[in-house]
Design a protein around this ligand. Structure first.
Ligand code: PLP
Length: 394
């Protein structure tokens, strides 16, 4: 029999949809993937070359648990230059992906029974990580445009509230929180003595006039009580390399180090060496990926909003669109009835050969998340197929 902890975990809906997609492809079906939150670009060559060099140089042993000094220093330089945040290398804990960095931070801060505020819609793993740490996830609504609703955050605070998990630019909505909202949130956190975990993995994917602001930058008080989580997966198209980090006060970074030391030890040695000069050598590639994502966003948004009954807002960041599809609920195709977004996703997988993830996975029923991390050509074909499949519903 499994432990209560294992029995209580809800498996990731995004991974489940991916497994279905793989099965369909193995059966010979042509499926276009809009379900995975993964840049389709190659990792920039300077990073690949540095990795190969590190392997040839025998950089294949354990490193310190929280990472090698040159990478921690490069991260400090980046945080200062890009975010106006001043950290020393001991305040950085390098991890096996942003996901482990998040888990480290939650386990470092959350006691059994502590309440953790999570604005929704939210990334699939937040609720499960909090539950694994023994905390109680408290889901807090955002505004209609998915901006932060500080009033609902205030209302959700109780004596047990310990932590708020923020994610801007946001997965799944693409919302980018304003400096004013983050400043207000910083005041709330200070007033009620709360920590903020700020997941900034989509920081570099930002469009139009939107600007990424870290809550850690809004005041010295929030700097002290914020754990910045970031990683290399989305910025540098390095999802499979598994590299992320936290930046925090010393007490929290020591706790992350201790926790990680017993869970996974250091992240992969040659991956760390590969990334040391990424911020210096690869920003042109990062910018060209950003421009490509922006073009895809604009195209997919135009196509989705031209479909009858689909309502969508144009997001400022990340690589997702999250239309409301509820006007299709109750419609049928042959014997198939669409009761909710999960049914519509299954229908689109079967009838249109496109994979996307239903909003329930992100605590947002009535919607579907489309990742535009796919070529413009595939997006065009996928949207044509979706349009045709929706027309068949009566
Ligand atoms: N945070 C958010 C909001 C994400 O969307 C993801 C990945 O999809 C992660 C964290 C984890 O990223 P990684 O572990 O690849 O760095």
């Amino acid at each position: 029999m499994l432990s209560d902890r294992a029995s209580n975990i809800t498996p990731s809906a995004t991974h489940a949809m991916n497994a279905r997609l793989m099965r369909r492809r193995a059966e010979g079906k042509d499926i276009i993937a809009f379900n995975v939150g993964e840049p389709d670009f190659e990792t920039p060559k300077p990073i690949v070359d540095a990795c190969i060099r590190a392997l040839h140089e025998g950089k294949t042993k354990y490193t310190p648990v929280n990472g090698i000094v040159p990478l921690k220093q490069a991260i400090c330089d980046k945080l200062l230059q890009d975010n106006g945040l001043s950290y020393s290398p001991e305040q950085i804990c390098i991890s096996t992906g942003g996901k482990q960095a998040l888990s480290n931070a939650v386990f470092a801060l959350c006691n059994e029974g502590d309440e953790v505020l999570i604005p929704i819609p939210c990334y699939v793993s937040y609720v499960e990580i909090v539950k694994l740490a023994g905390g109680i996830p408290v889901l807090v609504p955002t505004n209609d445009d998915y901006s932060l609703n500080c009033e609902s955050i205030r209302r959700a605070i109780t004596r047990k509230t310990r932590l708020i998990i923020l994610n801007s630019p946001n997965n799944p909505t693409g919302a980018v929180y304003s400096a004013a909202a983050l400043a207000e949130l910083g005041q709330i956190a200070t007033q009620y003595d709360l920590y903020i975990i700020s997941d900034e993995v989509y920081e570099k994917l930002i469009y139009g006039n939107a600007k990424h602001v870290s809550p850690a930058a809004v005041s010295p008080e929030t700097l002290e009580r914020t754990v910045v989580v970031n990683g290399f997966s989305k910025t540098f198209a390095m999802t499979g390399w598994r590299l992320g980090y936290t930046a925090s006060n010393l007490e929290v970074s020591r706790a992350c180090n201790a926790f990680q030391g017993h869970m996974t030890s250091c992240s992969t040695s040659f991956v760390q060496y590969a990334a040391v000069n990424a911020f210096r050598d690869c920003m042109e590639e990062v910018e060209s990926m950003r421009i490509a994502f922006q073009n895809r966003r604009d195209y997919m948004y135009a196509r989705l909003t031209a479909m009858p009954g689909i309502h969508c807002r144009l997001p400022d960041g990340a690589f997702y669109l999250m239309p409301d599809v509820s006007s299709y609920f109750g419609k049928c195709y042959e014997s198939r009835v669409i009761r909710n977004a999960e049914d519509l996703c299954s229908y689109l997988l079967d009838e249109a050969g496109i994979a996307a993830v239903f909003g329930e996975a992100f605590c947002m029923p009535g919607t579907i998340r489309f990742a535009y991390a796919n070529s413009l050509e595939n997006i065009r074909i996928g949207m044509d197929r979706m349009e045709a499949a929706l027309q068949k519903l009566r």
